[in-house]
Design a protein around this ligand. Structure first.
Ligand code: ADP
Ligand code: MG
Length: 253
């Protein structure tokens, strides 16, 4: 689904320039659950922004679901983003003073979905992430973990084929973080492709593949089992019906 070939990215600031990505090649298949890890400043967010069509690459090629996105116009990129990709950020990026239901319905408005259907789908998604009783709460009336669940519902409401998360648990206490990871485990069991950028070992351990970025290059790429619920009994059909099984995962050690 994601095919990056030898991509580079350089930032220019005045007379200085910094090459952050120095030739990244990476293939990610439909349904994978991948962590991109590496020290701070290694280019993780830059890479994620490119994968998410939020930023463009300098050289190399990027194909998303068989479409070459490296040459697309900004409008086309925006369309790809809004139809195929759900984003989850460390800072939640919710609108202040806006009830959860409206936050989640918003991406559907951009797609031209009518009001009644928007509300219905937003409600259903908030229920799925365990916020059925918080639909009319505003961000400052919700805990960090609940705010991140609103953000995840907003990411999911368009039925994206890809979820991109940048340090999704970075602003959360460990039990809220565990809830979010359990939710991701569940989405993975449903066949959604998830790519998460993290410097947390705990997050990486939940995924099934860890790609290590160092100094602008992929220096290791390993598939492994996840520690979350679902890894020992994944039915492989991608047909799990609910993401409500968001009970904290057993994250030992
Ligand atoms: P990571 O997410 O791994 O911490 P980033 O991709 O955010 O790394 O950043 C990699 C390097 O690029 C850092 O040195 C950062 O300061 C620099 N950088 C990131 N974004 C920009 C930008 N828009 N302009 C200039 N430099 C940037
Ligand atoms: Mg970053």
């Amino acid at each position: 689904m994601i095919e990056l070939k030898d991509i580079t990215k350089t930032y220019h600031m005045g007379t200085q320039s910094l090459t952050v990505l120095k030739g990244i090649s990476l293939e990610i298949n439909q349904g994978e659950y991948v962590a991109i890890v590496g020290p701070s400043g290694s280019g993780k967010s830059t890479l994620m922004n490119i994968i998410g069509c939020l930023d463009t690459l300098d050289t190399g090629s990027y194909s998303l679901e068989g479409t070459d996105v490296s040459a697309m116009s900004d409008d086309d990129l925006a369309r790809v983003r809004s139809r195929h990709i759900g984003f989850v950020f460390q800072q939640f990026n919710l609108l202040a003073r806006t009830p959860a239901i409206k936050q989640v319905a918003l991406p559907l408005m951009y797609q031209g979905v009518g009001r009644a259907e928007r509300t219905e789908r937003a409600e259903a998604m908030l229920k799925k992430v365990g916020l059925g009783d918080r639909m009319h709460h505003k961000p400052d009336e919700l805990s960090g973990g609940q705010q991140q669940r609103v953000a995840i519902a907003r990411a999911l409401v368009v039925n994206p084929s890809l979820i991109l998360a940048d340090e999704p648990t970075g602003n959360l206490d460990s039990s809220s973080g565990a809830e979010i990871l359990a939710l991701f485990d569940n989405l993975h069991d449903q066949g959604i492709t998830i790519v998460t950028v993290t410097h947390s070992n705990e997050v990486a351990e939940h995924t099934r593949r860890t790609v290590l970025l160092r100094d602008g290059l992929v220096t290791s790429d390993k598939r492994h089992n996840g520690v979350g619920n679902g890894n020992s009994h994944s039915n492989g059909t991608g047909k799990t019906t609910s993401v409500q099984a968001a009970q904290p995962a057993a994250v030992g050690e």
